[in-house]
Ligand binder design. Structure first.
Ligand SMILES: NC(=O)c1ccc[n+]([C@@H]2O[C@H](COP(=O)([O-])OP(=O)(O)OC[C@H]3O[C@@H](n4cnc5c(N)ncnc54)[C@H](OP(=O)(O)O)[C@@H]3O)[C@@H](O)[C@H]2O)c1
Length: 331
């Protein structure tokens, strides 16, 4: 064992009072698990923003380190699948919600939750991808399973400047699609074009009142926003296309008419990233290692120390974080 104590960002609620601070934590405080990992990087996801600010009920254990993903190096392993020195990634499985999270220099987890770091990615790049990028990949895979292929029609990504949205834009562009980025931040247009968008559309287009059906435009859609945006998207989906929906940054309820479904054969594909079984999880990571260039990943990354998390948590819940925020837990 390399250390007895380590640093973590800990959220504690005590008699209605909430504290968020960096603490020195004994290794014995970590949950049971087969693999002890020295964490290198984590990331800030929308859900982590809710957990740190308390704007959403995310944390189910008190006190708790938030952080729904991490990358790092195995220190000890009781599993034949991993040995000390192996580099690994973890996203989902309730880490940072029901299980000690990634904003911590060490973590202990079951072996099957881990994915070996694919060749071609660094530990830092893996966290630029993180849960957000993994979810974007799952959306692309869901659309491809439905039958979407690069063609004449454009594919739209909503919440495009955010973490899931940015990675979705880069992945779709790499796969040969013409990608339109929907955003509420026109000043991010240049960034969105740099990562692969061919065109930018104001997100108000989707939430403005309109007819139940509009001109058929989109050959596919990835929606990270939910709410009225998701409802509005259906109006202009082309015949026999699908929307992959994964987010609720703009709301949890939406309305649409049935016309896109019964007149245009449009499908709604739900995407969740937490409980994806190990085999498809590894396949998605291999694809991302192949399709996301280091340059594109670096362009969408900002690296912050643990101490900056409270400020950035506030920002991500106010939609003012661009791309991916990687957390260097040892800085
Ligand atoms: N299903 C899953 O397993 C899964 C996994 C990861 C994330 N998610 C969800 O996916 C969503 C995106 O996550 P993220 O980490 O990418 O968050 P993020 O970085 O905050 O991105 C969300 C983006 O949505 C847009 N947006 C925010 N508030 C909005 C509003 N009120 N109306 C319209 N657009 C709004 C903004 O993009 P623009 O400024 O460009 O418009 C923002 O950057 C979240 O809801 C998250 O919970 C789900």
């Amino acid at each position: 064992m390399s250390v007895e104590r380590f640093r973590a960002l800990v959220v504690e609620e005590d008699s209605g009072r909430r504290s968020v601070e960096i603490r020195d934590v004994p290794l014995s405080a970590l949950p049971e698990g087969e693999v002890l990992v020295r964490v290198a990087y984590s990331t800030l996801n929308f859900k982590d923003g809710l957990a740190i600010t308390g704007k959403g009920k995310v944390l189910r254990v008190n006190p708790m380190a938030p952080g729904i993903d991490f990358s790092g190096t195995v220190v000890e392993s009781a599993s034949p699948d991993y040995k000390p020195g192996d580099e690994v990634i973890l996203t989902g499985w309730g880490v940072g919600e029901r299980h000690w999270g990634g904003f911590s220099q060490y973590n202990r987890v079951p072996a099957e939750w881990l994915v070996p770091l694919p060749t071609g990615l660094s530990l830092r790049q893996a966290m630029t991808i993180g849960t957000a990028g993994f979810t974007a990949m799952l959306c692309v895979l869901a659309l491809e399973r439905f039958g979407m292929q690069p063609g004449e029609r454009e594919v739209v990504v909503t919440g495009a400047s955010g973490g899931v949205g940015s990675t979705a834009v880069a992945l779709l562009a790499k796969a040969g699609y013409t990608v339109v980025a929907s955003t509420g931040r026109p000043h991010e247009a240049e960034y969105l074009r740099e990562i692969g968008a061919s065109d930018i559309i104001d997100r108000a287009v989707f939430t403005a009142p309109g007819k139940p059906l509009d001109r058929e435009r989109w050959g596919g859609a990835i929606d990270t926003v939910g709410g009225a945006t998701l409802g509005g998207l259906f109006r202009s989906m082309a015949y026999n296309t699908a929307v992959a929906a994964c987010g609720n940054a703009g709301g949890i309820e939406f309305t649409t008419s049935v016309f896109p479904f019964i007149l245009r054969n449009v499908a709604l594909l739900g995407v969740e990233s937490v409980m994806v079984p190990p085999a498809p999880r590894r396949a998605a990571w291999e694809r991302m290692a192949r399709d996301l260039s280091g340059e594109a990943l670096d362009r969408m990354t900002e690296v912050i120390p643990l101490a900056a998390l409270p400020e950035y948590a506030e920002r991500i819940t106010n939609a003012s974080v661009r791309g991916r925020v990687v957390v260097d837990v040892n800085a």
